[in-house]
Ligand binder design. Sequence first.
Ligand SMILES: [Zn+2]
Length: 265
Amino acid sequence: MSTESNQSSPFWQAVFSGEHPELRRGRKLLRLASPTATHRCRLCYAGFDGFTAPLMRALGRAQWRRNPNLCEKCESVLSEQRGGAELEIAVLYADIRGSTQMAARMSPADFAARMALFFRTAVDVFTWTDGIVDKMVGDEVIALYVPTLTGSDYQRRAVTAGLKLLRLTGGAENDERRLPIGVGVHSGKVFVGSIGTESGNYQLAALGDAMNYGARLVAAAREGELVMSEAVWKAVSNDISAEAHEYDLKGYPAPQTAYVVRASS
Ligand SMILES: [Zn+2]
């Protein structure tokens, strides 16, 4: 059963078409109002720690206990407003290469600490480029760049975030943030909103072919590489230099042209 909540909703259409500018303004404000936070609501940016944490709690934006990625206020919106809207966004995938081998070389606690640091670094980069953290699962993070929240340069912001993440994780051998990661960036139409799952739960999520294509691009990226689709390349080619490459992407007719940037270049 694909649940009935996975339908267009006037609320989400209004939010993502910019008719609800409160979300955009609110995010800027909450980000500035909690400058020292290291954990934030992935939707509204309210900080859960740092010296402004009591203020955020007073505003009803305490961390939600069942999903530490959301504040209580955003959680209530997601639970009341099921469904979503179809819109053009950019999507960024970043994942760690060889995390299985890495885990085998370290104690579980050390491995967990490295992953936590990676997630923290990624969330920080996404927050300051106006992305929404879609998922942090296993050894992968996914961010969404929605035009009504970022402005018309959403594709460029996704690429900027990807390159920043590659730089931050590509440091010297003794840098604790150093990790072998690859990044994929694509843009296209997806369905975003509060999406129901089989078990009756719901979550902020994005669905559609553009998400799958982004996942294929990150799978094609090698360590230290950002691979972007033709659609993204068209939007950023004035400012960024990249190399065209032909890829066989699983599930898509071969070959697909995509563009590669290396962190070192
Ligand atoms: Zn929130």
